[in-house]
Design a protein around this ligand. Structure first.
Ligand code: ASP
Ligand code: MG
Length: 419
């Protein structure tokens, strides 16, 4: 049995959905197809969630943009044959409208999960229904009933034991299944999410629990590249990577796979293929157990949407372990992930993934004890297997706010360069 994961870019249009069906119908055996929200719909739903939570008047408009985007794809896929898709989608739109008609609770993270999860619920409903019209007998599984997490909203932790039992039951047949990435549920039926870009992780969890023979992530790039082809011209594909290298890369912000993806696969030695949905016959890259020496080229990763935060205790006391652990606890409580940390005697700099609502709340909380400075216009550039030439080429004369190097990796926090 195999697991296929299709990300937002692969289902951003009606053509994308048709292409997905083409790839799925070539597969003969049992298959679990994990799908993300279409295109940039998670971002669009974040706008809805933020607006709703902040009681802003534009929530309705933000919701309409989400519905219009999907309806455009639906119109193209189903033409006049709309009875089945309308019957499947209307209850979803209605549920979302009902949530937004009410007042938000006090928990942003809870509201976020309730709202943003509709991206995956809608995309899988459209894809599974379209498959039926094409004669592919796919079974729809609502993954919230079988990947079970705690209630740590927006970064929920999976209970592998309970999920294992439920998943083996839900995906028992020799069939094609369509299910959601990124979202999950608690034992008390609350909706949770696994962290942004978490669909890869969902695919890895399902593969682990169902003892899959492999996972394939279908992407708009031909495999794992040594840099983002949207930013650089001279990129090459890396055909083979060890699990360890893949974890390091994804931790540094390589968007090709989500950082949590590798562990569930490594634990069961399940290979992970990264392939192009545009050219499905090309070999792509494979990530698997490999202990020999891999001759890897410099790999560089630009991580955007970062904020560089600098904290200095108001009483000028030293940054000691106790302070550090408190600062990290505050970060964790707002689900803010630090991607780089640097300490000096009395100040503490960190680069964190930016989130509008939670970031300002965190600054407020730290403000009593620390002088807080921050800069939201920065990016984090990581170069694995760096050489002097590549550092000169990428960083050159740019202003560097923070720099860190070890034997294999060099990292730089720099102002965003408008391209
Ligand atoms: N749709 C979610 C996101 O954009 C999950 C994913 O794409 O993996 O973060
Ligand atoms: Mg996505």
């Amino acid at each position: 049995m195999k697991v296929y994961k299709f990300g937002g870019a692969s289902v951003k249009s009606a053509d994308g959905v048709r292409n997905l069906c083409g790839i799925v119908s070539r597969e003969r055996g049992k298959l679990v197809v994990v799908i993300s929200a279409m295109g940039k719909m998670t971002n669009a739903l974040e706008v809805v969630a933020n607006s709703f939570f902040s009681h802003r008047p534009d929530t309705g408009r933000a919701l309409q943009a989400v519905i219009d985007y999907h309806e455009h794809i639906v119109a193209e896929l189903f033409c006049d044959n709309r009875a089945e898709i309308d019957a499947a989608l209307s209850p979803l739109y209605d549920r979302l409208r009902r949530i937004l008609a009410d007042k938000p609770s006090l928990s942003y993270d809870y509201e976020y999960d309730r709202i943003v999860s509709f991206g995956e619920l809608i995309s899988t409903t459209i894809v599974a229904t379209y498959m039926h019209t094409q004669g592919i007998g796919a079974r729809f599984v609502d993954v919230r009933g079988c990947i079970i997490t705690d209630a740590n909203h927006r970064d929920a932790n999976v209970n592998m034991e309970i999920s294992g039992t439920l998943c083996r039951k839900a995906f028992a047949e020799e069939a094609i299944y369509v299910t959601q990435g990124f979202i999950a549920g608690t034992e008390t039926n609350q909706t949770t999410t696994l962290g942004r870009e978490g669909s890869d992780y969902s695919a890895a969890i399902l593969a682990n629990l169902l003892d899959a023979e492999s996972v394939t992530i279908w992407k708009d790039v031909p495999g794992v590249m040594n840099a983002d082809p949207k930013l650089y011209d001279d990129v090459k594909i890396i055909p083979l990577l060890s699990y360890k290298e893949a974890i390091e890369l994804s931790y540094c912000g390589a968007s090709v796979i989500h950082p949590k993806t590798v562990k569930p696969l490594k634990n069961k030695r399940i290979p992970l293929h990264v392939k192009s949905f545009v050219r499905p016959d090309e070999p792509g890259s494979v990530i698997e157990e490999f202990t020999g020496r891999l001759d890897l080229p410099p790999i560089y990763i630009n991580k955007n949407n970062q904020v560089l935060l600098s904290l200095t205790p108001r009483d000028f006391s030293f940054i000691a372990e106790e302070r550090l652990s408190k600062i990290f606890a505050v970060l964790a409580s707002y689900r803010l992930k630090s991607s780089l940390v640097q300490t000096s005697a009395i100040s503490f700099s960190l680069c964190v993934d930016y989130n509008e609502v939670n970031f300002s709340k965190m600054v407020e909380e730290l403000h009593d004890e620390y002088e807080v400075l921050y800069n939201t216009d920065v990016e984090l550039i990581t170069i694995r297997h760096y050489t002097k030439e590549i550092v000169d080429k990428l960083i050159g004369e740019r202003t560097v706010f923070v720099e860190q190097r070890n034997r294999l990796t060099a990292r730089f926090v720099v102002p965003v360069e408008r391209r």
